[in-house]
Design a protein around this ligand. Structure first.
Ligand SMILES: [Fe+2]
Length: 388
């Protein structure tokens, strides 16, 4: 429905394909970075992805610094430590290498470099985004998972070291200047992470498709992103060296993140709270919560879910939207099973007495405000009980 004036933009430049990482020296010239700080997590230092980048930069005689202290739910104080290396090494830009945590962290460093202060000063929910002034040092984002799509996003989710709560830093200036999507960097990803990050990408597409915001470009991108996940996630999990499936999953993840500039929904509020209270991996939490959230939304989102059934290659001829929507929900549950995500929240270690606290934190999270069906705290608790 057309309702008021909207603003759209899809500006991130993307370099895609097997071996794309070898063009990094040219890419750095292109975005005018002479001495990048590589921001990554400790696990990546031993991988081919990091070693390849290190070799490419050394061969091209490009000086660089490394900060490898990023944790799975990145802490503001860790990222502030990266600032010291940025300054000491005389860096003038950032390379984010890794999953969502490393990329989110990389995107925040330029905000501090240019604007000073602490990361929490720029918390969106307290109006901190209005303090961000540019121009910011530039970022090249190199994902090694196919899930968050943070490489084309304008937001970072950061955890407070003092109380563990998550908050968002968002600004259009935070979008990386370039995303390098090289499927060869993702082939060593363990099956579980391929599966769970892939379901994060799917959740981005499904939630953005149904968010009640006018953005037909995002709707089209979300549907195509779902189709790429349907056609490639199981292949990538079962045959990790399938470069084509890995490449299409990187594209699907990027498309999910482009689509969710439209907004997300209740599954993401629940998964943010599940990560914060129980340390549950973000994609896994989404994979488990998406099914009961879709069941909760089915009356309002039946038309969009029927389109999802279509991209799952389900013949919906002569079905009502509700019938087709039920098929879509079942197809997503089946996809979870095929890629090894079979448990409930209880099975993955969530305790029943934590559900109340999770529902409180989920209700405080802004994502559910654009869920297709409005949610109260009790609704979120009911969904959690169904996922349990
Ligand atoms: Fe997500």
């Amino acid at each position: 429905m057309i309702n008021g004036i909207s603003r759209f933009s899809f500006p991130t430049m993307v370099s895609f394909g097997p071996g794309a990482i070898k063009l990094l020296p040219e890419n750095l010239v292109e975005v005018n970075i002479k001495c990048p700080l590589i921001v990554t997590d400790p696990g990546l230092l031993q991988t081919n992805a990091f070693k390849t980048i290190e070799a490419v930069l050394k061969t091209a005689d490009i000086p660089f610094g490394v900060f490898s202290g990023i944790q799975p739910n990145p802490l503001d104080e860790d990222i502030e430590k990266a600032m010291a290396i940025y300054t000491t090494k005389g860096c003038d830009g950032v390379i984010g290498l890794g999953g969502g945590s490393a990329l989110d962290s990389a995107k925040v460093i330029p905000v501090l470099v240019k604007n000073g202060g602490k990361i929490k000063d720029y918390n969106c929910s307290t109006g901190g985004n209005q303090k961000i002034q540019g121009p910011l040092p530039r970022v090249i984002a190199i994902p090694t998972t196919a899930g968050t799509g943070s490489e084309v996003g304008r937001c970072s989710v950061i955890s407070s070291a003092s109380n563990g709560s998550k908050y968002m830093i968002c600004h259009p200036l935070m979008m990386p200047a370039l995303a390098v999507l090289d499927p060869e960097l993702t082939v060593s990803l363990p099956d579980f992470l391929t599966a769970s990050t892939g379901m994060d990408a799917l959740t981005h597409c499904v939630e953005s498709l149904t968010a009640p915001v006018f953005h037909p470009m995002c709707d089209g991108i979300a549907l195509k992103g779902i189709e790429l996940v349907v056609d490639n996630l199981e292949k990538a999990v079962k045959n990790p060296g399938d470069i084509s499936a890995r490449g299409y999953m990187l594209i699907a993840a990027m498309m999910g993140a482009v689509a969710f500039q439209k907004d997300l929904g209740a599954a993401h509020s629940l998964s943010h709270a599940l990560s914060s209270v129980c340390g549950l991996q973000h994609g896994l939490a989404n994979a488990i919560c998406l099914i009961p959230v879709m069941k909760y939304n089915i009356e309002i989102s039946a038309n969009e879910y029927a389109k999802v059934a279509g991209v799952f290659h389900i013949n919906t001829f002569e079905m009502t939207d509700i019938q087709a929507a039920k098929k879509a929900i079942q197809a997503i549950a089946d996809l979870n099973s095929k890629i090894g995500i079979t448990g409930s929240l209880k099975d993955v270690g969530v305790k029943e007495d934590q559900l109340e606290e999770i529902s409180v934190k989920a209700f405080a999270d802004p994502c559910h405000q654009t869920n297709s069906r409005p949610c109260t705290k009790k609704d979120l608790l009911d969904i959690l009980k169904k996922a349990f």
